[in-house]
Ligand binder design. Structure first.
Ligand code: URA
Length: 422
């Protein structure tokens, strides 16, 4: 056993670590033999000095093998998003792909900080169980061809432990560490095809195209090294996706975009959500079926317009115990609402996604700490999009919460997110 301090010293000096050193260090951290302070020191050294391609591949492999790795006997694909504001794309992409006959085993996360979590959003549907056991997950994927549930502790325990440490030691923003974190989970999930949606902009954690491209490239290189068919698409996160930021309101918007009459009547169609979803879904379908992108896109559009994707999403919700009847009733629960209006006329030049996310978080739609409870009905729903013309007094957005706390102050903060040019 190589002493942990020697390995930390080596990385601090910028030298590449050997495969056995990486394996022993990570396994020692998972078993508790290596304490958090030594793991934090190594994570910081990796942040500052980086890793070679071979070292990153070793880290991916050892983290993936720290828990169970799933195997499916049929074609599978999944998408991973690096997280954005109002990102409800999974509720379109995954059902569209499943409706094309490719199973989607999607292990997903909870929200923390500014980015919401797919599992939290789904849990706003009464009865929806987003904490399936692995056996239940395997059954829903086999029966329905689609399941979205929280990653269990049997999958990549190394990432669970390391991510919690990185979160509080300023060591999240490192391409090798992010690559190993994301890929270890996605590889363990067992999907044959992986498509990465790397968000770029002020509402994402990759703020510049250079950073986003570097992460996209790293994910693709390492997913291919691990034998997966994959693609990465860098998508804009300087503006929100669609109009809703929260939990229940994002599910409603997704159902509407999938063509639901029951939840869609009278709503604006979020064209950006639909087009980005089709782009990601067709990349997954094209890689899975070996068809060209144009044919895959046509197939995905057909699954959306025929409502086959909506049916698949509803089937999955029911298989997880969720009830859309109860969801419809929940949406009628009285909440506190506050509408903000334009103070000047002109064109909406920008809507700061980061600012909107901070307001939604403080309304109760997200968590500052992992133990915080979510208010599923809280959130922000925009009435306008970038490029729209507004007059003084036109509604810009509605804030909604189950409590009255700070609503007026947050409304004033939200107004700052809108840039209106005369
Ligand atoms: N998402 C992850 O799963 N891991 C990271 O390190 C960053 C984003």
């Amino acid at each position: 056993m190589i002493p942990a301090k020697i390995i930390i010293d080596k990385k601090r000096e910028g030298k590449p670590l050997g495969s056995a050193e990486i394996r022993e260090f990570i396994n020692g951290f998972v078993s508790g033999d290596i304490p958090d302070y030594q793991m934090s020191a190594l994570a910081m050294a990796i942040c500052c000095r980086g890793m070679t391609e071979r070292e990153t591949a070793d880290l991916v492999e050892v983290m993936m093998n720290s828990g169970k790795c799933l195997k499916w006997g049929f074609p599978t694909a999944d998408k991973h998003s690096t997280g954005g504001v109002g990102d409800k794309l999974s509720f379109l992409v995954q059902p569209i792909v499943a409706a094309c006959g490719i199973a989607v085993p999607s292990l997903t996360g909870r929200g923390l900080g500014l980015t919401g979590g797919t599992a939290d959003k789904l849990e706003s549907i009464p009865g929806y169980n987003a904490s399936l056991t692995l056996e239940e997950f395997e059954k829903v994927v086999s029966d329905v061809g689609l399941s979205m549930t929280v990653q269990t502790s049997e999958i990549t325990p190394a990432d669970k432990k390391l991510y919690a440490l990185r979160d509080v030691t300023g060591t999240v923003s490192s391409i090798p560490l992010i690559t190993a974190s994301i890929l270890s989970k996605k590889l363990a999930e067992g999907a044959d095809v992986l498509v990465f949606d790397v968000k770029c902009g002020n509402g994402a954690f990759m703020k510049t195209p250079e950073e986003a491209n570097a992460l996209a490239e790293s994910l693709v290189v390492h997913a291919r090294r691990a034998g997966r068919k994959c693609a990465a698409i860098v998508t804009d996160m300087n503006a929100l996706l669609g109009y809703a930021v929260g939990n229940a309101n994002e599910i409603v918007e997704a159902l509407a975009a999938l063509g639901s009459k029951r939840f869609g009547t009278g709503r604006k169609v979020p064209r950006d959500v639909i087009e980005t979803s089709l782009k990601l879904a067709s990349a997954m379908v094209s890689l899975s079926l070996g068809t060209d992108e144009a044919a895959a896109l046509e197939m995905c559009r057909a699954k959306l317009s025929s409502l086959a994707a909506l049916e698949k999403f509803e089937e999955m919700i029911a298989a997880h115990g969720g009830s859309l009847d109860r969801f419809e009733r929940l949406l009628k629960t009285p909440t506190f609402r506050f509408k903000i209006q334009a103070m000047r006329s002109g064109v909406i030049e920008a809507i700061d996604a980061g600012k909107v996310a901070r307001v939604a978080l403080q309304l109760g739609a997200g968590r500052e700490k992992s133990t915080d409870k979510i208010d599923h009905l809280a959130g922000v729903t925009l009435c306008v999009a970038r490029g729209d013309r507004v007059a003084v007094g036109d509604a810009l957005a509605t804030l909604e919460s189950s409590t009255l706390n700070n609503l007026e102050r947050l409304a004033a903060d939200l107004l700052q997110a809108f840039q209106i040019k005369r």
